[in-house]
Design a protein around this ligand. Structure first.
Ligand code: PA5
Length: 431
């Protein structure tokens, strides 16, 4: 199970928390869980529906050997979870591996025409399955992409029923209408799961299964953390503890969260987290309709890479951040560093490994931040696999649900995104 270490939050004086402040919140945990339950969100219950896993696995089995590429057309919550799953759980250079058991995956979460054109240089349309993912079924970017690729495949006389699969709202939206009219296979996104909470629905599960990720284990890990999320005992509720630290520190002016994994494969976890935190907590109105303009700004960083990019700012710049480090006990490879010089200046590399070096660099960074009175915490997993990654997804989703209650806002809507979507359409119509 994921481990949370708040030691350095308690070591930075007024810039952090006292243990008493941290624990003072234990009395509100139960009432916040009641409030969350009243919001009727499905992100923590859909992971009990084993029929989804069977359906997705069966579909993926049926596609085996038919395609060399999967192209996902989706954006925001319809893309970031999939990108994270692939980046974390597959080979770092997966698409470059020549002897393959599974198709290559391309996620087109932008509408830059260069991307649309250049992907055609690496996929063979005859051997490509397009997953069109949009919960609303009406996101202009994704509809535009669908029309573009559909015209191309139609032009090559390819059967749309074989080359397109939709993942969308069970009832509403243009995509659902097209699915019904054209007979295209369409999987349902549960109505009560918002886009950025949907990685463990068919939105993430289907592309994952198609590229050989064990989706049963994703559910297993998520269920373990969900049980912690629903636990009314403060000491056992990790998502609540995390939210407490994020909230109380935001109240003390640390309203920027830097997510910094010390594992190359988790680089995209930060992108997934960035959307989850930004869209869920950045809100104008509270639940009573009062204007509050709250939010916590997420920043992505990667250990050790960004020690040589952002660390100067983090150590000496404004003390307005909470640092969330992700650590992995057993990285997927173990390499001893060969010491090829007897020069005393590199003697510290004697008898050590890249594994030790990366961890010691984390320790150095965390200690430096602590000495500079910068609050930081670490979240450690044993290894990067389906179970642990899903625990992380559920840890942060649960924490966000609690944060919403702390800020007294609805963490599950996104009126700001909707507004810009509608204005884009209006401008296009007026052209
Ligand atoms: O979290 C959200 O709801 C959004 O970020 C959506 O995922 C994003 O706007 C894409 O929406 P849709 O899946 O409806 O195309």
């Amino acid at each position: 199970m994921v481990k949370l270490d708040f030691t350095n939050i308690f070591k930075v004086g007024d810039n952090g928390l006292t243990k008493a402040e941290f624990k003072s919140t234990r009395k509100i945990l139960s009432s916040y869980l009641d409030k969350i339950e009243k919001r009727k969100q499905g992100f923590y219950s859909v992971i009990d529906d084993a029929s989804v896993v069977s359906k997705v696995e069966q579909f993926a089995k049926g596609q085996k050997g038919k395609f060399t590429s999967i192209v996902v057309l989706g954006i925001g919550g319809s893309a970031l979870g999939t990108i994270c799953l692939a980046q974390s759980l597959k080979h770092l250079y997966e698409n470059e591996i020549s002897k393959r058991s599974f198709p290559k995956l391309y996620v087109l979460d932008n509408i830059d025409p260069v991307m649309m054109k250049e992907v055609l240089d690496v996929v063979d349309l005859k051997k490509t399955l397009f997953l069109v993912v949009t919960k609303s079924g009406s996101t202009p970017e994704i509809l535009a992409q669908y029309f573009y690729f559909r015209k191309l495949t139609d032009g090559k006389k390819l059967d749309a029923l074989k080359h397109f699969v939709f993942i969308t709202h069970p009832k509403v939206g243009l995509l659902r209408k097209i699915a019904n009219e054209d007979g295209i296979t369409a999987f349902d996104v549960p109505e009560n799961v918002g886009g950025r909470f949907s990685v463990l629905t068919v939105v993430g599960l289907l592309p994952a299964a198609l590229i050989g990720i064990n989706i049963k284990n994703l559910f297993k890990g998520a269920q373990e953390m969900r049980d912690s999320f629903l636990n009314r005992n403060f000491d056992k509720n990790l998502p609540f503890q995390l939210a407490v630290v994020q909230y109380l520190l935001a109240k003390k002016g640390k309203n920027i969260n830097v997510m910094m994994p010390y594992a190359q494969k988790l680089i995209r976890f930060s992108d997934w987290f960035r959307q989850l935190l930004a869209e869920s907590i950045g809100k104008a109105k509270d639940s009573d309709g009062k204007t509050v303009n709250v939010g916590i700004t997420p920043i992505n960083a990667l250990g050790v890479t960004d020690q040589h990019s952002q660390n100067q700012l983090y150590s000496e710049g404004p003390n307005d951040k909470l640092f969330i480090f992700l650590r992995v006990k057993k990285l997927g490879a173990s390499i001893i560093i060969p010491l090829l010089s007897s020069d005393a200046s590199v003697s510290y590399l004697k008898n050590t490994s890249f594994n030790n070096l990366i961890d010691v660099e984390y320790q150095g960074t965390a200690q430096a931040l602590t000495q500079n009175k910068r609050p930081n915490l670490n979240i450690t997993i044993d290894q990067i696999d389906e179970t642990h990654l899903a625990q992380l997804f559920m840890l942060f989703e649960g924490a966000i649900a609690f944060l919403g209650e702390f800020f007294n806002i609805n963490a599950f809507d996104q009126p700001g995104v909707e507004l810009s979507k509608n204005l884009t359409k209006k401008i296009l119509l007026a052209q």
